[in-house]
Design a protein around this ligand. Structure first.
Ligand code: SF4
Ligand code: SF4
Length: 68
């Protein structure tokens, strides 16, 4: 098992709520929310990195978390 796992987060102050990322996420981990920025369900995320490259505003960041 890997010690670290990639985690993807949406920067609240950068996201424009264009809702492209929920469509582009391959695992359905990003959920649209009415009048708010989308949320990433970390349990469903497979860390493919697609959302990172598809966000036109570079609002999604990659970080590492300890994999318990
Ligand atoms: S694609 Fe980027 S700007 Fe658009 S909703 Fe997702 S995180 Fe926000
Ligand atoms: S890294 Fe891949 S699976 Fe995870 S939220 Fe982004 S697009 Fe979805």
């Amino acid at each position: 098992m890997k010690l670290f796992k990639k985690k993807y987060i949406i920067k609240k102050d950068v996201c424009r709520q264009c809702n492209i990322c929920p469509v582009e996420c391959i695992s359905g981990a990003i959920k649209k929310q009415p009048k708010e920025l989308p949320v990433i369900d970390q349990a469903r995320c497979v860390a493919c990195g697609r959302c990172l490259s598809q966000c036109p505003f570079r609002a999604i960041r990659e970080c590492l978390r300890i994999n318990f």
